[in-house]
Design a binder for this molecule. Structure first.
Ligand code: UN1
Length: 495
């Protein structure tokens, strides 16, 4: 593994120019060192951007279906390597093996979906207002794209951006999260092994120095980012100043509404998976449960009973339901939020402390449940990114929606009800980019748009055909076959 724990620039594996490295370790057992990765700086980013620029003309001139074939092969290689990649991903970022297999599968689905779309990068043909003339639009790539992603879905989320960016004819400089760089490398290796030409995809590892250099590079034509609200808004400021198009996917504070007529057993499975899956470290985690008073006490008791059975541990152990948090700093952050929750008057029903597992020294935290939460509390508003579920008790559907929408974020949302009218009403009322009916707030499918409203994003979407709306821009073409000068507006039919 050590040999290619390097950057990949212009078709070659290289160390950081500075020669400095950083470590990536197993969060379940920090004595387990995966690799030393290059700590890149502006110099490395510059070389990568230059390589991507040099490769751009040939790549954008390659027929889109030929680009799609490489994506398809990358998907095949991900499928072949799924177990190995998932094992390493679990070792590197902690979520259980069944989840990391799902992460790889999401990338496989995205590969096949995106590859198929390369035969459908449609523009429009449009009637002209003048005779013997036609209009059309064609999709063009943006150029050199910088892609910066988080560690919690270290293969799936990069695939959401890198595949459509490449399919559209862009070249890419990818900075994987410094907390899951090896997983990022295993993903991009499938593209390289599938035959991607040198320079089309370049990988620069590192933390803030590399990310900042990429965003500030004046020869980068677009930025795609998934990560925290704080980092995303800083990126948006820089991109605003440089006039660089940017797609942002940031925080969530996702509500699940459980109405008085809900199937509680179904809602229980959803709440446990939504709140404690990936140890709550998802932008789509179910972090707020808004419960109708008629079922509140029963449902809270059900959650407590079920959550107490969850097995914490190393995600590569069969019995493990919930893995560790990503690092020590995350344990501190989650614990600080829990203390604030208690200080502000919420009732701690279970959990609320760092956990010891098998003497592993990992960054474990107990699944945590608060009740009596009100919208003015910090734990009701801020993204915790940990296994903490905040329960609100409400007396009506209207109050449930009011509480659900009382947040700066708007990524995902869900409602459990058997009332078909109310479920459609919720699709209309919930301020979120995604609404699930009778499912938790997670479960994105590759061919559907993914993203949020309000402070979650900036109007762009990953996923599905919507991704091409960001990674391409239209060119408008007018074809006049009249053989004479026709002046739009002036020669058009008089009203
Ligand atoms: C994220 O947390 O950044 O459907 C993405 C879902 C996940 C994706 C989450 N597959 O919620």
């Amino acid at each position: 593994m050590q040999d290619s724990a390097q950057n990949y620039i212009d078709g070659r594996w290289t160390d950081a120019a500075s020669g400095r490295t950083f470590e990536t370790r197993n969060p379940a057992d920090p004595t387990d060192l995966l690799a030393e990765m290059p700590a890149s700086t502006a110099e490395d980013v510059d070389a990568a951007v230059q390589a991507a620029r040099d490769a751009y003309t040939d790549w954008r001139s390659t027929p889109a279906p030929a680009r799609g074939k490489i994506l398809k092969r990358s998907g095949d290689l991900l499928a072949e390597r799924k177990t190995d990649i998932a094992r390493t991903m679990t070792r590197e970022m902690g979520k259980p093996f069944f989840e990391t297999k799902g992460d790889v599968q999401e990338a496989i689905d995205t590969a096949y979906y995106t590859a198929s779309e390369t035969r459908r990068l449609f523009g429009a043909t449009v009637p002209s207002e003048l005779p013997n003339k036609m209009n059309m639009t064609i999709r063009r790539p943006l150029g050199v794209c910088g892609i910066i992603t988080a560690w919690n879905f270290p293969v799936a989320v990069p695939s959401w951006k890198i595949y459509p960016a490449l399919a559209a004819g862009n070249t890419v400089v990818f900075k994987p999260s410094e907390d899951a760089p090896v997983s990022g490398r295993l993903f991009i290796e499938t593209l390289l092994d599938a035959g991607l030409p040198a320079g089309v995809l370049n990988v620069v590892h590192g933390a803030d120095a590399a990310g900042t250099a990429l965003v500030e590079h004046t020869d980068v034509d677009a930025i795609g980012f998934t990560g925290s609200y704080e980092v995303g808004t800083t990126i948006a400021e820089t991109c605003g100043r440089l006039n660089t198009p940017v797609s942002l996917e940031m925080g969530g504070k996702n509500p699940m509404i459980v109405m008085d007529d809900a199937d509680l057993d179904l809602a229980l499975d959803g709440a446990i998976w939504g709140a404690y899956g990936t140890t709550g470290q998802r932008c789509t985690a179910t972090s707020r449960l808004i419960c109708h008073e008629a079922v509140h006490d029963d449902f809270v008791a059900m959650i407590r009973d079920e959550a107490e059975t969850l097995v914490l541990g190393d995600g590569n152990e069969e019995a493990t339901d919930v893995g560790p948090l990503i690092n020590d700093a995350a344990v501190d952050t989650v614990h600080r939020y829990v203390q604030t929750g208690t200080d502000e008057g919420a009732t701690l029903q279970m959990g609320g402390a760092p956990a010891e597992v098998d003497g592993l020294g990992g960054h474990f935290y107990e699944p945590t449940l608060f009740t009596d939460v009100t919208p003015d509390m910090t734990i009701a508003q801020e993204e915790i990114f940990g296994p903490v579920l905040a329960v609100f008790e409400v007396s009506s559907y209207e109050e449930a929606v009011e509480v659900a929408n009382d947040t700066q974020f708007g990524l995902s949302s869900s409602i459990y009800t058997r009332d078909v009218n109310r479920s459609f009403q919720a699709m209309h009322d919930l301020e979120a980019g995604i609404t699930y009916v009778n499912g938790p707030t997670i479960g994105a499918e590759a061919h559907m748009p993914f993203g949020g409203v309000k402070d979650t994003g900036n109007g762009q979407r990953d996923g599905g055909y919507a991704a091409f709306e960001f990674w391409t821009e239209p060119k408008t073409v007018y074809i006049d076959y009249s053989g004479r000068l026709q002046k739009a507006q002036m020669d058009s039919v008089d009203e």
